[in-house]
Write a protein that binds this ligand. Sequence first.
Ligand code: FES
Length: 81
Amino acid sequence: MQWIKLYESEASAKAEIPLTKAVTVVVAGQELCLAHTRAGLFAVNNACPHLGDSLSRGTTNYLNEIICPWHSYRFNLASGE
Ligand code: FES
């Protein structure tokens, strides 16, 4: 596994990504959704497994889920369910 630094610190990442929001980051050619929830920061594949919309355009909720902006499917950021 290779670690790639995206932000100077966890605090700076949280400052740049508002709580409940997500951003797209490209790491080693792979597009990821970096989401900020009350439980912390999570990185997942940016393509929704339903029909491929960008999860980073969605929002997070109090259940630690990212909500896809197209059909509102929800995915738990910790478990993947
Ligand atoms: S594309 Fe994400 S829920 Fe349909």
